[in-house]
Design a protein around this ligand. Structure first.
Ligand code: AMP
Length: 191
């Protein structure tokens, strides 16, 4: 089983590259952002709650996010593994994930951090916002707040995973196929 965490600031290319890894290694792709957006579309109670945070570019509270993630893993039995995209985003989410995976005799194989400068990410997000209609991608203040959330709450996870030798950094600047090639090389080492 391969269980990967794809880690990186908004716009780093997590979703795009997760698609490639998922197809190549036949993994289940779980994006907490996509799950929240589906809940918002279906106007579920969870969606209403998540929207109030996402609209400001804030993180959704840990417990809600953790419960949603656990549920999604639990409904996918007998699979080759998972790509967690956009989860964990806080130390307490990471601890909850470790605890949960251990309870079902699974563990994280590796964490891949896709990295790029803020100025590049801002341009990518604004472009994505125009194409997708995502409101949190169209407003520079919301984008910057998401970077701030990342720096304060998510960046400490790099230390968390590097201290257990599970952090791999990949340059997220360049053409999609160039980044995909770097990921392929890394995947060959990890597996
Ligand atoms: P994303 O699609 O990964 O950029 O996520 C979009 C938004 O969903 C984020 O700005 C957060 O508001 C929310 N979100 C996604 N994943 C998480 C998470 N693991 N913890 C808290 N909030 C999250």
């Amino acid at each position: 089983m391969i269980n990967l965490i794809l880690f990186g600031k908004p716009g780093a290319g997590k979703g795009t590259q997760a698609e490639f890894i998922k197809n190549t290694y036949n993994l289940i792709h779980i994006s907490t952002g996509d799950l929240f957006r589906n809940n918002i579309k279906n106007k579920s109670q969870l969606g209403v709650l998540a929207k109030s945070y996402m609209d400001k570019g804030d993180l959704v509270p840990d417990q809600v996010t953790i419960d949603m993630l656990k549920n999604e893993v639990s409904i996918n039995r007998n699979v080759n593994g998972f790509i967690f995209d956009g989860f964990p985003r806080t130390i307490s989410q990471a601890q909850a994930l470790d605890f949960f995976l251990e309870s079902i005799k699974m563990e994280i194989t590796a964490t891949i951090s896709l990295e790029a400068e803020d100025s590049i990410l801002e341009k990518r997000l604004i472009k994505r916002g125009h194409l997708s209609g995502r409101t949190d991608d169209q407003d520079i203040d919301k984008i910057r707040n998401r970077f701030k959330e990342y720096n304060i709450k998510t960046a400490p996870l790099k230390q968390y995973y590097s201290s257990i030798d599970k952090l791999h950094i990949v340059n997220g600047i360049g053409e999609i196929h160039e980044i995909r090639d770097s990921l392929s090389k890394l995947m060959n080492q990890i597996r």
